[in-house]
Design a binder for this molecule. Sequence first.
Ligand code: NAD
Length: 545
Amino acid sequence: MTASAVFRVPLPANEPVRSYEAGSPERASLQDRLAEMARTTVEMPLVIGGRDVATGRTFQAVMPHDTDHVLGTVQWATSGEMEQAIEAARRAWPDWSRLPWTERAAVFLRAADLLSGPWRDTINAATMLGQSKTAHQAEIDAAAELCDFLRFNVAYMTRIYQEQPESSPGVWNRMEYRPLEGFVLAVTPFNFTSIAGNLPSSAALMGNTVIWKPSESAAYSGHHLMRLFQAAGLPEGVINLVHGPGSELVPVALASPELAGVHFTGSTAVFRGIWSQVGENIDAYRNYPRLVGETGGKDFIVAHPSAEVEALGTAILRGSFEFQGQKCSAASRVFVADSLWPRLREQLADEVAAIPMGDVADFHNFMGAVINESSFKRQAEAIEEARSRSGHSILVGGGTDRSEGWFVQPTVVVTEDTGSRLLREELFGPVVTVYVYPDREYESTLDMIDRSVPYALTGAVFANDRMAIETAHRHLRYAAGNFYVNDKPTGAVVGQQPFGGARASGTNDKAGSMWNLIRWVSPRVIKETFTPARNYRYPYMDEPL
Ligand code: NAD
C-alpha cells in the first residue's frame, strides 16, 4: 500500500568502530564466535528465487593463513543455474519494482541493525577466517562500512527522489525514479565484505532485482551475508546468489537481453573484458546497460621536503601493509625527498621488521596471509625481481612462507629506476616500492607520478609547506579520485569520503554516495497540464490581413 504521507528516513550516522581491546566483552564475544565457526564447516549453496540450490559441482573454502583448514563446501553454478537466476530475477521484478520505497528501505535498514547487533560477530568472524583480516580490519569493513552503506544509501535514495523539476502556471511537472527494466548483475571482489554487500544491495534498494556473483575467494563471507539479507526479510528472488568462476558465469548474464546494468568492483582487466562483451552484445539488449566498475590502482604517497617524517612513516606502514596491502587504495609507490630519506629509511627498517604477522585469530597480529596461491606467486615474483634486477634493493622484508598459509612478509623495495615494473603495475600485496627524488625536483616528480601509470584511484601528499600542497593539488588533479593531504590514502568512510577513481581505476561513480545510486534508476518525467489548450491557433496568427 502507498501511504498518504511523506515519510522521513532515520538520519544516518557512521557506525561506531569497536576497539576489541584486551579484556573487553566485545573481544571475548568475537573470540568465542571465531572459535565456534572454525570448529564447524558449512554448506554454501546458491540462493536462487529464495531457494538453496546444490549443483554437485563444488570447491572448498579454506583459511588463507591455514590452508589445510576447510571452512566449508561451496556449490558452483553452471550456465544452467545462471539462467535460472536470471529467470528468478525476472519473476521477482514486478512486485519488488512496484513496492513502495519505504518498504525496500526498511529491509536494508533492518539488515544494518542486525549487522550492527546480533550478526556482527558472525560477519566479522567470517571475514577474518575466510579473507585473513585482523579483528580491526574486519570491523572497519564488514561491520562498520557495510552498516554505513546500508543506512546512508537509504538517505541518499530519498535525496534523489526529492530532486524534482520546476513547474509553471497551469502545469505540474514531476519526476519519478524508476528501477531499471531487467536485472542488475553485481560482480564483487574478495577484498571487502562491505563492497560484496553493497554492490547487490544498493541496486536492490533502488527497486532492481539482482544476480550477485561473489568472488570465489570470499565465498564464505558472501554466504553469511546472503543469510543476513534473508534474515532481514529480503523477498525471494530480489538478490540471487550465484557462486562460481566469473569467466564462465558472467558471460551468460551479459548475453541476456534483460541485462540492465553491471555493478562491478575488481581488477581493471576483468572490467574491460565485461565492457567489451557488453559492446559485442549491444544489439541484443532491451536497454543500454549501465556499466559501473571500480577497478585497480597503483596508489601513491609523495613526500615534500617539508613533510613530517614520523607521520609519513606511519602512513606508509598502515597504508601499504594493513590487510596485507590488498586494498585497492593501498599505497604501493612512495616518492620521498632525499633530505627526508635517511630518517624515513631508519623508521621503516625498524618498524616494518617488527610487524607481527600470523593467524588473525591471535589478536597480537597486525597482518595475516595473502588471499590465495596466485597472489602469493605474484608477490614472490615481484620480490625476486627486486632482488635480482639492477637499480633495486630490498630495505626490509622479502620473505615468503607457504608452509601453513600464504604468508608474505611486509616488504619495502627501493629503486633508482623510474621505469621499474614495481612502480607501475598493481601487485595487490604487501610490497611497496620507494623512489627517492632530489629535493629540488619536486614538481617534475609530481608530473612523473601523474603520467607513469594508467591508474588514478588514491594518492596522498605529505607536506607542511602550504605552497607545496597547492602545487600537488595542481599537478595531481587527475591522478586520484580520492586525494589525501597528510594522511594515508586508505580508509575512506561512507558519508565522508565517497570513493572511486578515474582513468583505468574505474567509472568513478563514487560508491557510498547518491552519484552511485543514480545509475540504478531510469527517471521518468510527468508533465500534467490542468487547463489544456482548446484551439490549435497561436495569437500571432490572428494579425489582421
Ligand atoms: P578480480 O577482478 O580477480 O575479481 C573480481 C570479480 O570478478 C570476482 O567475482 C571474480 O570471480 C570475477 N571475475 C574474475 N575473472 C572474470 C572474468 N574473466 N570474467 C568475468 N568475471 C570475472 O578482482 P579481485 O582479485 O577479487 O579484487 C582485487 C581487484 O579489485 C584489484 O585490482 C583492486 O584494485 C580492485 N578493487 C577496486 C576497488 C575500487 O573501489 N576501485 C575496490 C576493491 C577492489
